[in-house]
Design a protein around this ligand. Sequence first.
Ligand SMILES: [Zn+2]
Length: 398
Amino acid sequence: MAFRAVHEQWGTVFAHLPDLGCGRSWADVHRVRPPAPLRCDECRHPMRAKVSPTKLRFFAHAPGAPDCAAAGESLAHHLLKLELATAARAAGAEAEMEVRGPAGAWRADVMASDPAGAWRIALEAQLSPIPPEEIQARAARMSEDGVRSVWFSDRPRPPWLGRVPSVRLERGEDGGLLVAEGLAKFAGDWWEQGPRAPLTQFLQWVFAGRVVPHRRKRPVSYPLEPRTVLWTAPSYIRAENAFLLEAERRAREDEQRRRQQEQHRANIEALLERQAALRGPAVRFVREETGTTLTPFADEPDPAFAMGVPVYLGDRPYAVICPVAGRMATARDRLDGLVLIVASETEQRRVAAQAAPKQRVVVLEPDPEIPALIPRQAQPDSIMVRQAVTHMLGLDRM
Ligand SMILES: [Zn+2]
């Protein structure tokens, strides 16, 4: 059944319009002899004007019709089309039933258009089951011709809902149609269901661009989870974008902080290894340089010596192994007059830049075999040197 047919002389006629859309009346086509020369707009098969038991006027294919899209439509589908057209007009649009696209590429149930000609939106009543891919393809074909589409269903949960711009309709208590599902709002960091709205109200929003279809990026809460396309206000889309930008910025910062920590740890590991590898050479250096009978003794990394390892001769520090350049300013008095021992010329430059004028900074060849870093004495409260250094540098509090 259809609301539209083509009359041999008058052109297109509409069953739902009082003057058939061409200045005639229903009595001119209904129950006339000979039958009015009406044909289907789709398949050109003859059509008859009919009235349903509920007084709905429509055109039906005469017996023997070929397979035709217009022939297979149900009464429910036709009623919904009529209601969509009525709601579209109430929302301020012009509405035409059963409009064919260029070269018959598509056929819109109701074509709502801006009276000023700014836009066209197809309103599709989709009651029969249809694979999501097919409905996406149909929406895409319309889109190629500059026609947006909104798909309506009154079924509980068709699988294509939310795959294209679509809403689920329910009959309200006053008998009018309500958009029960499809509107959503962005609530902080996810989407949730928006308000129910009368169909006419919803269409007003759509026509004015106050709600738009949006392919969401953040999750959506029950009952909209399977939906990827939601109807929402542009401000909520901006809120989602802002949220995503902020999340990205935080992730970048976290990553940067993680890398800095990693670098800091690696620097400490390297420092501890350098110091360990220089203990033997430093002790030998001090012994040879002083020619003393005392045995030089290398202690642990010490904050008082800019995290360097002091080498004692008796009870007096003589040298410091690898002080940390960045910490030398606060330990300058303690370091004054001591020999600073480092492992490379690069380190020498770095340390010399922070040392007192004329302070000796000596490069020694590290031991190729690095002694294991173990506590000097296994006392009950002793902790690993590495832990101690980590603690002293505040790394465990980062
Ligand atoms: Zn037909």
